[in-house]
Write a protein that binds this ligand. Sequence first.
Ligand code: UDP
Length: 361
Amino acid sequence: MNILNLGGGGFIGSHLTKRLLDEGHSVTVVDLWTDKVEEFLDHPRLTFVQQDIRSPQFHIDPFVEAADLVIDLIAYANPGLYLRIPIEVFRLNFQENLKIAEACVHHKKRLIQFSTCEVYGRTAATLKHARLADPEDPIHATFSEDESEFILGPVNRHRWIYACSKQLLERVLHAYGLEAGFNYTIVRPFNFIGPKIDFLQSEQEGIPRVFSFFMDALINGTTMKLVDGGEQRRCYTYIDDAIEGTYAIVENPGGVCDRQIFNLGSPYNEISIRQLAETMREIYAEQFRDPAIPLPNIVSVPGETFYGKGYDDSNRRIPDITKARTLLGWEPVWPVRKMLEATMSYYVHEYPRTKPVAVAY
Ligand code: UDP
């Protein structure tokens, strides 16, 4: 197939571009940055268009028209940015993504739209009025694509502008499916992690995701900070598992993905951010430590101090992957410790620390 992979130079995108090329597809990537795809930039079946889709000089139409399948990964997906540049988060994650979707509707092309598990928001157990016999039961934090309610915080906690933009985009795609027969598949990733996830926090301006803050603290012997105590939990999913699932969606056997939403995440890998910090510190001490540099302390900091006013958090989210299992035969296999070892090894041994790396915005 001729695949248009928008955002194919980012974290998920670069791994996916490689897989698509390995499977024999021709891939056109539109991205701001080339650093994560440098090793296959001269591949004969890759066309790399270094462009900002927001630029008035950029026109998506001919790219969509030429493609058999469009994948849209373009997004601001780091919580720090939702606090710092909320309007731009809305513009990129809703308005610009909508233009891509509408070009697909117009040209009758199938679209795989990356969304987020953050659309589910907080768990029912966090609602003040929720009276649950056992609030810790994972059932209250297990989200399924076509049944779970969405619980987002108030407007003045503007972290939720990201979840809300993505949710609205999903709803518009669904409406185009109903009214125009538009063929889309929505992917909701649950905390993918792996090589190339982010830049290291001390090396450039911007706010990466938690893994990079912790990795940076380990390499430089600075403090690992737990936002609001680190009791919040995530289900980490290794990028190789994520790409397996995504590629099954690309293949779409028998049209099972048509107008469907899929959680991609590992329900077995739930871990609190405190446990994440402790596990990373333990692995680093065992496998990578430079004895001249002290192991970091782990301290708690208030969310508003760390991110700024308007911060709020998703407390717990576990994917129900029944759909991906039954329709795609997908099963994530990487446990947390192994994925942390593999990702940390990349940042210790392979991450290009002397080269300039892509900025987050
Ligand atoms: N976090 C933290 N310390 C850091 C960076 C982030 O405790 O140095 C917390 C953050 O508040 C959130 C969790 O780690 O609860 C995961 O944050 P991340 O940026 O990876 O993205 P998210 O999963 O919230 O989309």
